[in-house]
Design a protein around this ligand. Structure first.
Ligand SMILES: [Fe+2]
Length: 146
């Protein structure tokens, strides 16, 4: 019987592929350093709280780099009592739409999936300051501190 290389080297497969030794330091547990990944083929959405090797549909996905919104992707965020009311004036066609909106604070990451033909009106219970993320399937990830 052939022994797997990971057994011989005493490392896990992710360590073998990345070339980095993984030591359990809980270094990836900061939700404020969240990474988002979207598969360009099937639209699958992934969230990690630290560096990760994510692949989907046979493609390795880079972490998305969130940008400040341009005019076309401007977000409107109103605080009304205990909630944030989010809206975006953006196309919602099958070809070009906002795929999700997320609200991240120090302890929670909450996302709402949106679909073509729906409106972009999202409500989050306010948990204080945090970061809003929203993703356009054509123009990528945007963020705003609230
Ligand atoms: Fe767009």
């Amino acid at each position: 019987m052939i022994e797997p290389l990971t057994n011989i080297l005493q490392v896990s497969l992710p360590e073998l592929l990345s070339g980095e030794q993984i030591i359990n330091t809980n270094r990836s547990a900061n939700i404020l350093k969240s990474n988002l990944y979207v598969c360009p083929i099937c639209g699958n959405i992934f969230h990690s709280t630290g560096p990760a090797m994510i692949s989907c549909c046979g493609v390795t996905l880079p972490a998305l780099e969130a940008e400040q919104a341009d005019e076309e992707h401007e977000i409107k965020c109103e605080k009304i009592e205990d909630e944030f009311f989010i809206s975006i004036q953006h196309p919602m066609t099958k070809e070009h739409y906002i795929s999700f909106v997320a609200y991240c604070t120090g302890e929670r990451f909450e996302s709402v999936k949106l679909y073509p033909e729906s409106s972009i009106e999202v409500r989050f219970f306010s948990r204080g300051h945090g970061t809003l993320y929203w993703y356009c399937n054509h123009h990528g990830l945007f963020k705003k501190r609230i």
